[in-house]
Design a protein around this ligand. Structure first.
Ligand SMILES: [Zn+2]
Length: 546
């Protein structure tokens, strides 16, 4: 009996231990090897904004779940906007993040929606407000591939022919089926072929697009933490000083952190919040490298010089033409003109003509946000307190650019200021101003942004300046004065980037949104000063981040 008890006595604990071990063996895969708990792989690839400064489109896979940061369009010769990149399946996408409203960061959104994407589009509330104004204007140039258009045979022979889009009912009733002349083209080709989208078609396309986006947009404010559909994945925004609404996007995934800088401002705008100084460990940092050159001048002093010079020129009876980008640059210029009025440098009713319908719409949006600044507390995340008193519609603002005299079609008189799209004077009113005023010594062209070497603005601001300029098929002598300022620079220089990101101690940095030739020098600098591995990703190539 004693012996039996003894036997059971040692067998029972052994049996229990064996059972426990067996249980552990069964449990082990569930605890350590199961798909839900093993740290998921993170993969990056891009289809724009790699070795180029436009077309930003960055894809991240978290354990196979696909997300995009930005869906920008290519500008100039940087790349093709159509077709949609084959490696990014719209049906497999779980979410799209937009860092800011510049076209090179969201211009391919209409194409993505056209390809059938129905999921969430995350952006800041100010980016959304701006995009609602700028995306419809971009629609006529959005490349959705070849589409079928038609026009009325009664319009044949006109210099520019209004066209309708097959399948879109906008204005279709105005052209009888028997009178329709069909052709196939992409939207960007229309203008070169002498066509333009008829107004009802533009309005219908814009209304459809805005309705779609309204259904899919998810507003995220800086500081808010977003729980995404993929297990253990969170995202948040950090405001930057690039343009109103611009943000960085931070992903936190099972203890692993990826940060996209988006475009980072040079802290030049008194209206925007100062750049942050990030003190948070980041594993992988995607950094924009647009401004890879030396150190910037004192931008506040440059702005002061701009106000003084514009006031002096106007007082001297000069006609001041300011070619400016529609989004943010035109509004910043108007803000500085208002400041000059406030400082007594310009008369209160100084005439300022704004020659761009889109710039005028954005001026009104900025004016609304300035008026709402004290009431709407969410705006404090996107603007500095200077926004509260900012004046974007001074008393002398005129939303008309047509003169009574044939010799002066734009109507800009000596002593007046004209803010005119486009920023490099290649299109629209600024180009017309070159044709009308370049031979006039009473006119000053004041460039306020980067000028690509091949653009009309780039050729005019070259050293030495040209004696004459070819504009399309016309030639003009350069009699007007040409000036330029960097006061409105909207990208941080490398020194400012280091101040922002030194506290993030990244293991690896991916340099994106940069000029291919400037990449290696910039990479060497960040490698040395941040002690991180620096990679310049190639378009389409896959990189395992974890
Ligand atoms: Zn930008």
């Amino acid at each position: 009996m004693n012996k039996n008890l003894y036997r059971i006595g040692w067998r029972l604990p052994v049996l229990l231990v064996l059972l426990l071990l067996a249980a552990l063996v069964v449990r082990v895969p569930a605890v350590y090897g199961g798909p839900s708990d093993e740290p998921g792989p993170v993969v990056y690839f891009g289809s724009g904004g790699q070795e180029s400064v436009s077309g930003s489109l960055h894809a991240l896979e978290f354990a196979g779940d696909l997300y995009l940061v930005d869906v920008g369009s290519f500008i100039g010769g940087d790349g093709r906007n159509y077709p949609w990149p084959a490696e990014v399946d719209p049906a497999a996408l779980r979410g799209v993040f937009i860092t800011h409203a510049h076209a090179d960061h969201l211009g391919r959104l209409p194409l993505l929606l056209h390809e059938g994407y129905r999921g969430p589009i995350y952006m800041s509330r100010v980016t959304y407000a701006i995009a609602r104004l700028t995306l419809p204007a971009n629609l006529q140039y959005a490349d959705l591939g070849p589409e079928r258009f038609y026009y009325s045979r009664h319009n044949q022979g006109r210099e520019r022919i209004p066209v309708h889009l097959e399948g879109s009912e906008g204005g279709a009733a105005s052209v009888q089926p028997a009178n329709r002349v069909y052709f196939s083209a992409s939207r960007p080709e229309l203008s070169a072929r002498g066509y333009y989208l008829a107004r009802p078609v533009r309005e219908k396309l814009a209304a459809d697009l805005l309705e779609r986006i309204a259904e899919q947009v998810v507003i995220v404010d800086p500081g808010q933490v977003l729980e995404l559909a993929s297990a253990g994945l969170r995202a948040s925004f950090i405001a930057t000083s690039h343009i109103p609404g611009s943000v960085m996007v931070r992903f936190d995934y099972q203890g692993f952190t990826v940060l996209f800088s988006g475009d980072v401002g040079g802290d030049s705008s008194p209206l925007l919040p100062a750049n942050p100084r990030l003190e948070q460990p980041i594993d992988i940092l995607f950094l924009e490298g647009t401004y890879a050159y030396g150190q910037r001048a004192d931008l506040a002093r440059e702005r002061e010089r701009f106000r003084r010079e514009v006031a002096e020129l106007v007082t001297a009876g000069k006609r001041v033409v300011i070619p400016a980008f529609v989004l943010d640059r035109s509004q910043q210029v108007m803000f500085e003109i208002s400041r000059a009025i406030g400082e007594g440098r310009l008369p209160p009713a100084q005439t300022v003509r704004v020659c761009s319908p889109a710039a005028r719409q954005l001026l009104r949006l900025y004016a609304d946000m300035a008026a709402d600044y004290r009431r709407d507390r969410t705006l404090a995340a996107y603007f500095s307190p200077a926004m509260a008193g900012a004046d974007f519609l001074p008393p002398g603002y005129i939303a008309r650019c047509s003169g009574d005299r044939p010799a002066n079609p734009l109507g800009l008189e000596p002593g007046e200021i004209g803010i005119m799209s486009s920023g490099m004077a290649d299109y629209a009113a600024a180009r017309q101003a070159l044709l009308d005023y370049l031979e006039d010594p009473q006119t000053v062209f004041y460039f306020v942004g980067y000028q690509a070497p091949g653009s009309l603005g780039g050729r005019l601001t070259a050293t030495p300046p040209p004696a004459s300029l070819r504009i399309g098929d016309q030639q003009r002598r350069v009699r007007a004065e040409i000036r330029q300022t960097a006061a409105f620079a909207s990208h941080a220089d490398p020194a400012e980037m280091l101040r922002i990101f030194a506290g993030t101690t990244p293991e690896r940095i991916f340099l994106v949104h940069l000029d291919k030739d400037r990449g290696p020098g910039l990479a060497a600098r960040y490698r040395q000063e941040l002690g991180a591995e620096v990679i310049i990703p190639r378009p389409g190539q896959r990189y395992r981040l974890r």
